[in-house]
Design a protein around this ligand. Sequence first.
Ligand code: NI
Length: 185
Amino acid sequence: MAILKIARMGHPVLKRHAAKVDDPTAPEIARLIGDMIETMEDADGTGLAAPQVHVLQRVVIFQIARERISGEEGEEGEEGEEGEEAVPLTLLINPAIEPLGEEKVVGLEACLSLPGLAGLVPRFKRIRYRGLAPDGTAIEREAEGFHARVVQHECDHLDGVLYPERMADLSTLTFTSEMARPETL
Ligand code: NI
């Protein structure tokens, strides 16, 4: 396996539409996913989409650790992201998302392709998502809150969309290094 270079905002590969994977069980897909896992772990990311490592195939991976939910990041999220659960490492090929209801919640997002930045993004609160595992078996889950947010964020990468394009208020785009500063009145 190898740690891959992550494309940053502005690189054309992040704006392109990724192609459907014809054979989820192909050896090159297994190799890609292995490299993506190593790359995501090295970068301490929650999720990664194949276009971020310059591969225009519909593959996303994500993992939500319990400490990430109960820790600082969870507290920074806006209302409506309560009741979070850890999500095991999930490898999802050719994913599809269906919103469950119209309700959206605003929460903080960051992305390995926009290092050092974070912003508030509205996302569907509840979704159902489907896709294939690398062994070709079907995955279908319902998700809400941060889990639903991560899946929506990663799947956006497959259609060339980065989270600032989803933001309702660009004034909340912030360098994370500035976020710990207390407000002084
Ligand atoms: Ni991202």
